[in-house]
Design a protein. Structure first.
Length: 276
């Protein structure tokens, strides 16, 4: 039986406090709001109790962030796209950020199991002055368990309409691209970290973001497999590849924490779920 689950999450500002309200249909939940940084930033954990998607499943997540609100969302574990049996599975996140709002969308990795047919799509609409930090981490199979991704199709999609589109179509049987030095060079985990604004980013902020990230990359074991660029006046992107998820996640967390300080003058306050 296929699941079609829906979640609507709305952040608004009330008396200088960011408040989250949500409604759901099917197995998607938002846990209790937490305020480890004070009232202005609301931390939430998005939970999908079944733990994964099979053929025919759809997870539809709608997010809105009102003017002046700041939400941070993470997940307790990986999103798993299992063998599909020929039927596609879809996880879609569509977020609308109003003027002057901030969103940190930081899910843990998506795992493409062998013979899956799946799309993991995230679309962010940014009003002028809105700002976003998000990442996408995709693991191909379970290499540490000798479960390679050799069949199936996985599409990774990040979009800021009219500004930025990153889409990867990965086929498990495309050994040449998966293993070529001009492709993935045998790496099993791909990661992107994005800072995006609804307006052009000031030159001094771009320089701070690039300089901070490059310093971390240079000292990191992935320094030869990671890079960062200001790909558009409104978008800064870091990309990395590695054999395992943990290396990429560690790098992204370091840069995320540094960007928070350099761009927003905020301390690093990791979601509590990361330490569980």
């Amino acid at each position: 039986m296929a699941w079609h689950a829906e979640l609507k999450l709305d952040y608004t500002t009330e008396s200088q406090r960011t408040v989250a309200r949500h409604a759901h249909n099917g197995p998607l939940r938002i846990l209790k709001s937490l305020y480890p940084e004070g009232d202005q930033i609301c931390h939430n954990v998005l939970v999908h109790p079944p733990g994964g998607l099979v053929g025919g499943d759809t997870l539809d997540i709608q997010v809105s962030v009102g003017t002046g609100a700041h939400g941070l969302v993470s997940t307790p574990g990986a999103t798993r796209f299992y063998k599909s049996g020929g039927h596609p599975a879809l996880q879609q996140v569509v977020a609308h950020l109003d003027e002057g709002s901030r969103l940190e969308w930081l899910p843990l990795e998506a795992i493409a199991y062998n013979d899956c047919e799946a799309t993991n799509r995230a679309i962010f609409h940014l009003a002028p002055g809105a700002e976003l930090i998000t990442w996408d981490v995709t693991a191909l199979g379970l290499p540490s368990s000798d479960q390679a991704f050799t069949q199936g199709h996985f599409q990774q999609h990040i979009e800021i309409p009219g500004v930025w589109l990153e889409r990867g179509n990965i086929r498990g049987d495309d050994a040449r691209w998966l293993n070529s030095p001009l492709g993935l060079s045998g790496q099993k985990c791909l990661a992107s970290l994005v800072f995006a604004c609804g307006s052009p980013i000031a030159a001094d902020r771009i320089e701070r973001a690039l300089e901070a990230a490059r310093g971390i990359i240079e000292a990191h074991p992935l320094k030869l497999q990671a890079g960062i660029t200001c790909a558009h006046p409104q978008v800064i992107v870091l990309r990395a590849m590695s054999p395992l998820v943990e290396n990429n996640i560690a790098l992204l967390k370091q840069v995320w924490a540094t960007w928070r300080h350099a761009l927003w003058n905020l301390p690093s306050e990791p979601p509590r779920i990361w330490s569980v």
